[in-house]
Ligand binder design. Structure first.
Ligand code: ZN
Length: 69
């Protein structure tokens, strides 16, 4: 007997590449687990915070601001 027509949709977890249930029962989809979801979000956050903190050296104003009347 074949009762295999009720298998959930399986996708590859973006984090670990393992099988993940792509169904409402899996609230971490498309991730396989909360751990993988957190890892992915953490990676995103790290990329977001990777802002080049390099101020331009041209900080010399035109003229002298101390010569104000
Ligand atoms: Zn995973």
């Amino acid at each position: 007997m074949s009762t295999d027509n009720h298998s959930p949709t399986m996708v590859a977890c973006p984090t670990c590449g393992g099988p993940s249930v792509f169904a409402p029962s899996n609230k971490f989809r498309p991730f396989c687990s909360q751990r993988c979801r957190q890892i992915d979000l953490g990676a995103w956050a790290n990329e977001e915070f990777r802002v080049p903190a390099q101020t331009p050296p041209e900080d010399a104003p035109f003229g002298d601001p101390k010569t104000e009347p």
